[in-house]
Design a protein around this ligand. Structure first.
Ligand SMILES: [Cu+2]
Length: 350
């Protein structure tokens, strides 16, 4: 099932309540959507924005002076939670003080279960009890469409891999090598842990301190692909899920990875795999980056009867976008009444 395109996940957004889903100073936004007849419909408090403490951002203890400087990280959290029948998907954008951006899906709710003969154990799932209940192994696939504008509309994407040079007498040298992705076909890529691969979206007309293009990097965490075989019906319909990275030249009609109308679609007409057949130039163009990730859910006993939330997501980090750490001017987060800031008996910095 396409939870976004078929179930219409936005219409399943919860109305959030203070103190349960978000904490602290909160700004709520209503969700304005449409019912099945096209009539406008408001979901009150569908989107929540608030700030959270996020541990330390940077620190250094000077062992000669006996002093320490610490700055705490805070993140601006923008979230909504959709209930899709048995399951909850909570979507979070985290905006950090150092320019990093995290996208997380928190998966929780109730497993979709199936029956087997009591006393038997299927290899295709986790037996949950001795009464004939099991949770099938399954996947949750996500694709995020990102219309990048790194310091302007003309961007490029590099694939960055670790490479080991041939002239390497101590066998300890390694380097990061940029490879420019020039066309849409060349930019259909998979993550590669052995090469410590990431992708870098850059603006070659905008240079940083050391004359390199300003850039953000996409860290491909939770970079799974579809487990179902290429010949399966699900794979033909969800071809976006067969690769982790897609890059397209911007077209305002290309909005959804599986196409505009996924209901009953065969996958033969629309979607990323169709658009990229044009193999358009993506060098110094207005680009859209599509990232496929997800959760390969091998069910465990602890997921029953309600599943502790599992985080699935990825990071966008400035990579030469700033000329130095952009958080040097952060005030110390301690307050006068805080034990961290006592000038006489400061156990945090003395
Ligand atoms: Cu699951």
């Amino acid at each position: 099932a396409f939870d976004s395109g078929e179930y219409n996940i936005g219409n399943m957004a919860n109305s959030l309540t203070l103190g349960c889903d978000c904490l602290g100073e909160i700004k709520y936004f209503d969700g304005i959507t449409t019912d099945s007849h096209g009539n406008p419909w408001t979901i009150e408090n569908a989107i929540c924005m608030h700030e959270e403490d996020d541990s330390i951002l940077w620190k250094h203890f000077d062992f000669r002076e006996g002093t320490a400087e610490t700055r705490r990280s805070r993140k601006l959290v923008i979230s909504f939670i959709a209930t899709v029948a048995n399951y909850e998907y909570a979507f979070y954008w985290h905006l950090f003080l150092d320019g990093s951006i995290e996208f997380l899906v928190k998966a929780t709710g109730i497993l979709s279960t199936a029956a087997q003969k009591p006393g038997e154990k299927t290899p295709y799932g986790q037996t949950l009890n001795n009464d004939g209940l099991y949770g099938p192994i399954h996947q949750h696939m996500f694709n995020v469409r990102m219309d990048f504008e790194i310091d302007g509309p003309k961007n490029v994407v590099y694939e960055v891999d670790m490479e080991i040079p041939e002239n390497n007498p101590t066998h300890t040298a390694f380097k990061a090598v940029d490879r420019l992705l020039e066309t849409e076909q060349a930019a259909i890529r998979k993550a590669d842990h052995d090469k410590h691969r990431f992708w870098k979206i850059a603006n070659r007309d905008s240079r940083n301190l050391v004359d390199e293009p300003v850039a953000y990097r996409l860290i491909p965490t939770n970079a799974i692909t579809l487990a179902a075989g290429d010949e399966s019906f699900v794979s033909k319909r969800a071809q976006f899920a067969r690769n982790n990275l897609w890059v397209t030249a911007y077209d305002r009609t290309e909005r959804f990875a599986a196409g505009e109308f996924p209901n009953q679609a065969t996958g033969a007409d629309d979607g990323l795999h169709i658009w990229t057949q044009a193999d358009r130039n993506i060098v110094d163009e207005d680009l859209v980056v599509w990232y496929t990730f997800g959760m390969h859910h091998v069910v465990r006993l602890e997921d029953w009867p309600v599943m502790p939330r599992q985080n699935i997501g990825f990071m966008l980090e400035p990579h030469g976008f700033f000329n130095q750490n952009p958080t040097l001017n952060l005030p110390s987060s301690a307050t006068p009444s805080d034990h961290c800031n006592s000038t006489t008996t400061n156990h945090c910095s003395s």
